[in-house]
Design a protein around this ligand. Structure first.
Ligand SMILES: [Cu+2]
Length: 153
């Protein structure tokens, strides 16, 4: 009887030591993971930024490029026909009036996203001549007629 209880105490102590070692190992591993992911974040700040804010981001302005003002209001763009020179950058100054609007160009992607009442200026350069439809991706806006065409010559 007494020998059994002694053996139980020994087993308990052994068990506690193993658990402690295991916990230390898990803690160490998670610290290591936390450190390495911090390093990755500081190495790629731009990547993380675009990931966290989604694809509604506006493109960066092109320094020194001419500006084209585009008004987005009441389910229409003004102007809705825009002409660009292939390979030559412009800045689209998109002003959203009544509600938020954005500009999505086929084959190019999101260019600018303006909150209600705000102007957002975003760079746009298309290298290949052609006709590029653009529209607003806010729900229901394209269906409501909010689209236009960029002609690249
Ligand atoms: Cu819109």
């Amino acid at each position: 009887m007494s020998s059994t209880s002694h053996s139980d105490v020994y087993r308990k102590e052994h068990f506690v030591r193993r658990i402690t070692a295991l916990l230390a190992l898990i803690l160490g591993a998670s610290l290591l993971v936390a450190c390495s992911s911090d390093n990755n974040a500081s190495k790629h700040p731009d990547m993380n930024k675009s990931n966290s804010s989604g694809e509604m981001d506006s493109r960066p302005m092109i320094v020194g490029a001419p500006e084209i003002a585009v008004s987005a209001n009441a389910l229409s763009f003004t102007p809705k026909e825009i002409t660009l020179k292939a390979g030559s950058g412009v800045n689209i100054a998109l002003t959203a009036g009544d509600v938020e609007h954005d500009m999505y160009v086929k084959g190019v992607g999101h260019v600018a996203h303006a909150p209600k009442g705000k102007t957002v200026t975003a760079g746009l350069q298309i290298d290949k001549a052609g006709s590029y439809p653009f529209w607003c991706t806010v729900k229901g806006h394209r269906a409501g007629g909010m689209e236009g065409t960029i002609t690249v010559t």
